[in-house]
Design a protein around this ligand. Structure first.
Ligand code: ATP
Ligand code: MG
Length: 691
């Protein structure tokens, strides 16, 4: 270990040299043993001069650096966002007013007197300019069967779909639930809702009938769009059957439109309409509805890591502007790029960075139907190579999984087309960061760890919001996006100033992409996001502002552990333990302790092939935490398990592990959002045999 630390110091000397980090296996090993403190001390100052960004510097020639753009966007938001909204979006009626906010009521309006149609902005204007450019690049579950949809074809499909919805009596403001595979028709259905002014609510097509029914009911949807079946990772999911079971519990549903994905024979009842049939006879012209800027575009129920799902509501203009600006500037998107975001359309990442952001920018965007390991753990990189992706945006959970299988699955595929890598969903631990950057990106691609939420609509903190050329530190999102003012608060609600401080991560400004309400429950919106720290939006996460003013996410505030008065973020302890070469994933929680108040309980998943014994690994892990953080952070218990309980979007559900660690396996609460509920029983059994 000591020698590795020495190597890592040597690597620090060349930290800033492009391609130096993790470019080879030797360095990679050294990188893996970087502690977060070492990484922090190896960075350059924040006040770095960066290359100008054309769009911003054309509009505001005096703004040349990230710092100056960011400051201006906060000081003169009307000027900043007004200018971008005019240049980036096509309006049916131009707005006069940029913002109209009532903080008392937590009511925010952007461009309130403007009118535009989202589908025109995402499709028609590009079909006019470059009809034959590929809009959707559909990577189907089976490799090598990709299909391409041009902007002209997408426009036709959206119009047909819009006409079908109109014929079915769907009106402006109606909610339409989508329970669909990742396929072009699903994107067309989302955009068709926007075209006629209906509000879509996409439910991830992996949720149970129960979960679907509760979301359909909450939204009061009368129309559901689904498909016969979905295929994911070689497995067939019988979507129509799930919808039938859900609809039986939803008296509001009048009709179910059924698309064909596999062509399977499915039961068609009186409410069911075969989509293919009606689509083929529908007209390819559908005049866009005139939408007010603040009309709702969609509802999206959050993944439910922390409690009962909330119908997060997003609007037409502000959301679209924010998605398009962040897609362009966080990822340095350029014309001709092939943007690869592998999120499912059922999550906000799929909405903002598969559909709305890229299409608003006239991009070619990937629709990824499969899993990270089908048919083998090289699938992502084989896709990159075959399709020539320039960007690859994914979740830390997938990286931690793939890392277990070794580098060969990556190295055998050509990744030279890649320019920018990105990650979202959970803290990206150091080991996964270095693997993604060094092995996948050959140490030459920018890697941007993006922090944001369903509620924020788009990326809030990430290394490259307008800072091309700026240094990127491993494992932290670093810099706020334009118009975003991160604020840290202490438990008493006081704003924590200065550097080297942590606190509840709040936002002190209102940006165009912020959710406007929780559907049907504005009080819950206020109580959840604005009441805890008055005058601020409270994210629910904790963050640390380092000595250079950069932001690190420390985990969810609910998960903070308090050991003898020391507040410990889960991310920090997990990050330290995951650096162990034989550990693949970890989750730490607090459990009641008679002396310390709370003590640390660590659940760990080991890699495939092990050289050390479990006892040695456990002992190593304790040493690692002691040396990298402090003695009080050392777990009292470390339990090896085959997997961790995760939501369907791949996030670790620590609230369930907290109950296990506290010896209360009968009080697990709602586990319906778990991808694999059986893992909970396995973990409980292991716990019981050891206690
Ligand atoms: P729910 O709100 O229903 O509990 P959720 O918070 O998991 O579900 P999302 O909106 O999909 O739903 O996820 C946002 C959360 O994901 C953030 O609040 C944060 O906890 C975590 N997150 C997202 N990106 C990052 C990141 N780059 N680093 C650390 N955490 C992240
Ligand atoms: Mg959340």
């Amino acid at each position: 270990f000591v020698s590795v630390q020495l190597v890592s110091r040597a690597v620090q000397q060349i930290w800033r040299t492009p391609q130096s980090i993790c470019a080879t296996r030797g360095y990679l090993h050294a990188c893996r043993s970087f502690s977060s403190n070492e990484v922090k001390s190896a960075v350059t100052p924040a006040e770095i001069t960066t290359t100008p960004i054309p769009e911003i510097t054309d509009a505001f020639p005096h703004l040349q650096t990230h710092e100056s753009i960011h400051k201006f966007s906060l000081e003169q938001p009307d000027e900043f966002w007004g200018r971008l909204a005019r240049s980036r979006l096509e309006w049916q009626k131009e707005f006069q007013v940029v913002r109209d906010h009532d903080m008392e009521k937590s009511a925010f309006r952007w461009f309130p007197d403007g009118q535009l149609n989202v589908s025109v902005n995402c499709v028609d204007r590009h079909a006019r300019q470059h009809p034959d450019r590929v809009a959707l690049l559909w990577e189907k579950d089976e490799p090598g069967q990709e299909e391409r949809v041009t902007y002209r074809e997408l426009q036709e499909l959206v119009c047909r779909m819009g006409n079908v919805l109109l014929e079915c009596g769907v009106k402006r403001g109606d909610r339409v639930a989508l329970y669909m595979p990742v396929m072009p028709l699903s994107v067309a259905a989302m955009l068709a809702c926007a075209r006629i002014g209906a509000i879509h609510s996409v439910v991830f097509a992996g949720f149970s009938a129960e979960a679907l029914a509760s979301r359909v009911q909450d939204a009061g949807a009368e129309t559901v769009i689904t498909a016969d079946e979905a295929v994911r990772g070689g497995k067939v999911i019988k979507l129509k059957q799930v919808v039938d079971a859900a609809v039986a519990k939803c008296p509001t549903v009048r009709q179910v439109l059924v698309a064909s994905r596999t062509g399977a024979q499915v039961n068609m009842g009186p409410k069911d309409i075969s989509l293919e049939q009606v689509l083929s006879s529908a007209s390819t012209e559908c005049p866009p509805a005139v939408q007010n800027a603040e009309d709702l575009l969609f509802l999206l129920y959050t993944s439910g890591s922390t409690g009962s799902p909330k119908g997060v509501a997003h609007t037409t203009a502000g959301y679209l502007l924010y998605a398009s600006v962040t897609h362009k500037h966080v990822f340095d998107y350029r014309d001709g790029d092939i943007f690869g975001c592998v999120a499912d359309i059922g999550w906000i990442t799929g909405h903002s960075y598969v559909v709305y952001g890229p299409l608003a920018n006239g991009a070619t965007t990937l629709l990824y139907e499969s899993t990270p390991t089908y048919p083998d753990p090289g699938r992502y990189w084989e896709t990159v190579s075959r399709l020539g992706l320039t960007h690859f945006y994914c979740a830390p959970t997938a990286l931690r999984l793939l890392l277990r299988y070794g580098d060969d699955w990556v190295l055998r595929h050509d990744r030279s087309s890649l320019r920018v890598l990105g990650c979202v969903g959970e803290p990206l631990n150091q080991e996964a960061w270095h693997w993604f950057h060094g092995v996948v990106g050959d140490g030459r691609c920018d890697l941007t760890d993006t922090w944001w939420q369903t509620e924020t609509g788009g990326i809030m903190i990430s290394p490259r919001p307008s800072a091309p050329g700026a240094h990127i530190n491993a494992g932290m999102p670093m810099r706020p996006m334009f118009g975003v003012l991160p604020v840290l608060c202490d438990p008493s609600g006081k704003v924590v100033e200065g550097k080297r401080v942590d606190g509840a991560l709040c936002l002190g400004s209102i940006w165009p992409g912020i959710s406007r309400t929780i559907y049907g429950d504005h009080k819950r919106f206020i109580d959840t996001y604005f009441a805890p720290f008055p005058g601020h939006y409270f994210s629910g996460d904790g963050a640390y502002r380092d000595e250079e003013g950069f932001y690190h996410i420390t985990g969810r505030m609910d998960d903070v552990i308090n050991v003898t008065g020391h507040r410990l973020g889960t991310a920090e302890v997990e990050d330290a333990m995951t650096e162990h070469p034989e550990v693949s994933e970890t989750a730490v929680v607090g459990f009641p302790h008679p002396v310390k108040g709370e003590a640390v309980f660590a659940f760990i998943v080991l890699k495939e092939e092990l050289e050390s014994s479990q006892e040695n690994i456990v002992a190593d892990l304790k040493k690692l935490v002691r040396s990298q953080i402090a003695g009080y952070a050392v777990p009292d218990e470390i339990m090896v398990c085959p997997g961790l309980p995760k939501t369907r979007s791949g996030k670790i559900l620590r609230r369930i592990l907290r109950k296990v660690a506290a010896g209360q396996p009968d009080e697990l609460g709602d586990i319906s959002t778990l991808a694999d509920p059986t893992i909970v029983q396995t973990i409980v059994n292991i716990y019981n045999t050891q206690h």
